[in-house]
Each structure stands twice: as C-alpha cells, then as structure tokens.
Design a protein around this ligand. Sequence first.
Ligand SMILES: NC(=O)CC[C@H](N)C(=O)O
Length: 314
Amino acid sequence: MKTETEWAELCGLLPSWLEASRQQAAYGKPASYIPELAHAPADALGVTIMAPDGQKISAGECGHAFTLQSISKVFTLLLALMDQGEEGVFRKVGMEPTGDDFNSMLKLELVEPGIPFNPLINAGAIVISSLIRGKTPEEKTERILTFFRTIAGDASLTYNQAVYASESATAHRNRSLAYFLKDNRVLEEDVEEVLDVYFKHCSIEVNCHHIARMALVLALNGKEPDTGRELIPRRYVQIAKSFMITCGMYNASGEFAIRVGLPAKSGVAGGILALVPGKYGIGVVGPALNDKGNSVAGVHLLQTMSEACDWSIF
Ligand SMILES: NC(=O)CC[C@H](N)C(=O)O
C-alpha cells in the first residue's frame, strides 16, 4: 500500500524532478522509421502515478496522446496466454532475452528451432498476434481492443488510423520477419492478416493515465483496482512481469534493472509503463529516444523517482 508520507513527498517533488529530466530530451530524438511518429514533440515529458485507491499524481504533458507501440506486446501476450495457455504460447516463443535490437532477424536463423527468443521483440510479438483467438483479423483486433479497454479503464480506447497506416506502409523489416517465420512454420496464418492485427495493436492511442492504470492492474497481480475483480490470472501476470524485467526495455533491460529496478515496458512512441509491485502503476511519455529505442527523459525520470523512494525490487 502507499504511505501518506511517500505520497506527499511525490506530490511535492514530482514537478521539479520532471523539469530536471526534461533537459535530457536533448540527447535523443523521436523515432522516424515509422514516419508518422517523427512529428511527436521531442521535448514533451509527462508522468502519472496511480495508487490502488484511485488517487493519481501527474506532472508535465500527461495528457499527451501517443501510441502504445511495443507496450502493447505485454498485453497481447497476456491475452494469448488467456486464450492458449502457457503450453500453447511457449511452443511458439521462447523465454530468453536476445541482446539484439528489437527488430533483429539474426537469431531466428542462427539458433534452432528458429522460434523468436521472447514475446516482447517484434518477431515474438508478431507470433503472439497470430495466437489471439478470432476467426478473422477484425475479430482478433476487436478482442484485443476490448481487453485493452478493460485494463485501461476507458471504453473509448481505439487505434490511431494515421499511425497504423504509416507503419503498415513502411514495415518492410517486420514483413521480412513475418515471412521468415511463415517459412519456418512458426507462423501458420496468413502473414498480411497477422501483421494487420500487430500494426493495429501497436497503434492503440493512449495517454499517461491509461498506461498508469494498465500498470496498476499488473502491480495488483491482475486485479481491477476499484473492484478487486480478477481481470488476468495471477500466474500470467507473473510471466509478463518476468519478461518486463528481462526484456521490457529492449537490450537496455539489464541497465534499467540496475538503475531503476522495476518491471517496465517501453515503446518507440516514447511511452514507458512501469510498476511498483502492490503499490503503484506508472505511465511516462517522452518521445525523444536513445539509440536503444527508450525514452531518454522518461528513463531519467523513473531513475530519479525509484532512487528517491527506494523502489527497486532488488
Ligand atoms: N519497439 C517498438 O515499440 C516497436 C513497435 C513498432 N510497431 C514496430 O514494430 O517496429
């Protein structure tokens, strides 16, 4: 549970911590390989911290709308686990970090049996999209949206059409990954249909409040904050959190574990979802990325908060 002194300290200090971290944005830039993402304001920085009793603290541009991108992979993994069970999922994706870029093809060919190393890299998440139940891509996307709306606590959540179209038109690398997986028979469904589901869930538009609430559900081991109702089985949340620690910040996950020490997942639109187990859900956005694809200012802010409040789980 949150303590009143910590909450009061966070309320008082968050705005100045945020402004100090904002300076770091100068060391990065917004992703441009998905052309539509390049328009994001480079020096925007926003944060929301949500407690189980529904109280929130926010600072900066916490209402800035951005797309989930890779953050969505945590929740499609959870839905795939709920649809197929552990065995069904782990026949098709591994449990190990790669140490490579999130869109790398390298290990797919190099390491037998050619299944993606984990569900948070692009190859793994594309396979996960194929495991979501639904007769058509539209039905799968609808089920994903319904699930995400429940977790985020907002029935109006939907995907950003311009970002979706922009990614779909330029996703040559993801297409090559998917066709490679199809050739290896890891992907059994129609490649373009699977990619359509993948691009759409990456393009779901949120703000910091949404991802703070999504993080809070994970912090509470799958329970809905207001009602205590089980939204996700605890075991599957445990799996997702383990992946967040080992692979959530791409191949900077080790450094993030040392510097921040919280389960987290970032996306190339600059979002970071992080959680303090049992205590808080945190949503951060800062579109300027470092060379690993993580929000520079966002990581800096999370490090500041975690150090000050002694949040590291290690
Ligand atoms: N790291 C990311 O956020 C990548 C997601 C993005 N949609 C892609 O496939 O490239």
